[in-house]
Ligand binder design. Structure first.
Ligand code: SF4
Ligand code: SF4
Length: 421
């Protein structure tokens, strides 16, 4: 349910969908493409070659100088290894695999519950569990939060997992405690899923259903009562977030000995109807949409993620990643148009911002590419990336996109400063 502001008097009231859709498992595709992040030294998938046979669940991408990898989601033959440039210029190697019949499962994954095994095999399963943070010596993690609520409007992936996969979640919670040695595991769910969550062995807390209450920094403040200070990450504050889907996938991996290779996502069509599907990671967006009988036309907008925080994409050939929670198709008439009009200082964005950022000033610095000043003077890194400022902007400035680019550029600057001293 949505109320748009009228002359700046009423703040928009946006609510999550808290009724999980049914899940349909789609057949395995004829081809998948897996995007392997390149190592910082430019190292690419030198151990992966066209013509290699691969099995389902096989770890690919072992390359000198890089700990990045992908997990093959089908059995078949590698038909392409090519560079791919993603959002904000991030460089990947696109590994294309042609299916070769029935799944043959790779046996490289061992069920030994250790951090080493988790880091080597589980970071590319659905939900991308962030195990790397546990070996970062600059961060001391004291608690794990499992987010059983979805991060954007229309999406119901994590809620669907909490509703239907209590046993996998319970096993995942046990494994997480064992691997990390942490006892404090909290699951955050909407009111209607408290009963299911309470069977998982995690401490259960409720989160409201008004957007953007389920975003991690909002949960830290409103549900856990801990304010993450400006310039500090949630991990630096001692907490790490896992999605419910990631924890259920961990539980499933250790139960079956096979790495989960199918991702659940919500598909929202132009008519606003939503549907949850399970697809092999690496399936093309086009394959998913065709299977859902969702037809796209010229000038439709295809959004990866949710309507508030997702990124529009230009091609149906792009693959579903292990972190893709949704595909939204918007017709031309329903797509919010963006402009390069200047900010008119109306203040709508400032009034709506849940963390009180002076967005009208921040956007000026971001447009001028003054990222460090944007952070020091106007709290760039405090932004929870809810997209409400873009939603209400009178000038239709794509504020959230400026913010995401600004954070990415700032991280590059900070990494470069750390490396070069
Ligand atoms: S996206 Fe915009 S409204 Fe949301 S927290 Fe960031 S600056 Fe504030
Ligand atoms: S960025 Fe948009 S909403 Fe914010 S003050 Fe400028 S015109 Fe208004």
């Amino acid at each position: 349910m949505t109320k748009r502001p009228f002359l700046g008097v009423v703040k928009p009231r946006l609510y999550y969908n808290v009724v999980p859709d049914e899940v349909e498992e789609l057949p395995a595709p004829k081809k998948v493409t897996l995007l392997l992040k390149n190592g910082r030294n430019g190292g690419v998938a030198d151990a992966v070659k066209v013509g290699d046979s691969v099995k389902t669940g096989q770890r690919l991408g072992v390359s000198a100088g890089s700990s990045e990898y992908v997990i093959s989601s089908i059995t078949g033959t590698i038909s392409g290894v090519a560079p791919y440039v993603g959002v904000f210029g991030q460089v990947f190697t696109a590994i294309t695999i042609d299916a070769g019949g029935q799944d043959t499962w790779d046996d490289g994954f061992s069920k030994e519950a250790s951090l080493d095994v988790a880091q080597r095999f589980l970071e590319y399963i659905p939900g991308c569990p962030p195990f790397a943070v546990f070996s970062d010596t600059g961060k001391t993690i004291r608690s794990i939060v499992i987010n059983g609520m979805d991060q954007d409007l229309s999406l119901t992936v994590n809620q669907c997992v909490v509703q239907n996969e209590a046993e996998n979640l319970k096993r995942g919670v046990q494994i997480l405690k064992k691997i990390t040695g942490l006892d404090r595991v909290i699951m955050v769910v909407p009111e209607n899923l408290v009963q299911q969550a309470s069977t998982t062995g995690a401490e259960v807390k409720r989160v409201g259903n008004r957007y953007p209450e389920s975003l991690p920094r909002m949960i830290m403040k409103n549900v856990l009562g801990q304010v993450v200070s400006a310039g500090e990450t949630i991990e630096e504050a001692g907490t790490v977030f896992f999605s419910a889907e990631a924890v259920a996938a961990i539980g499933k991996a250790f139960e079956s000995g096979q790495l989960p290779v199918s991702k659940m996502l919500t598909v929202a069509g132009k008519d606003g109807k939503t549907k949850n599907v399970k697809v092999r990671i690496g399936s093309s967006l086009g394959d998913v949409l065709r299977s859902c009988q969702t037809v796209t036309h010229d000038r439709d907008r295809l959004i990866l993620g949710g309507p508030m925080t997702g990124l529009a994409t230009y091609s149906e050939d792009l693959p579903v990643g292990p972190d893709t929670d949704g595909i939204v198709v918007q017709g031309e008439a329903d797509s919010a148009q963006v402009t390069d009009y200047p900010c008119i200082n109306c203040g709508e964005c400032v009034r709506v911002c849940p963390v009180k950022i002076p967005v009208n000033m921040l956007v000026r610095f971001l447009e001028a590419r003054l990222y460090e000043d944007a952070n020091q003077l106007y709290d760039l890194n405090c932004c929870v990336e809810c997209g409400l400022c873009s939603y209400v902007c009178t000038s239709r400035i794509p504020v959230l996109h400026y913010i995401k680019l600004g954070k990415y550029e700032l991280s590059l600057i900070e990494t470069s400063e750390a490396v070069n001293g």
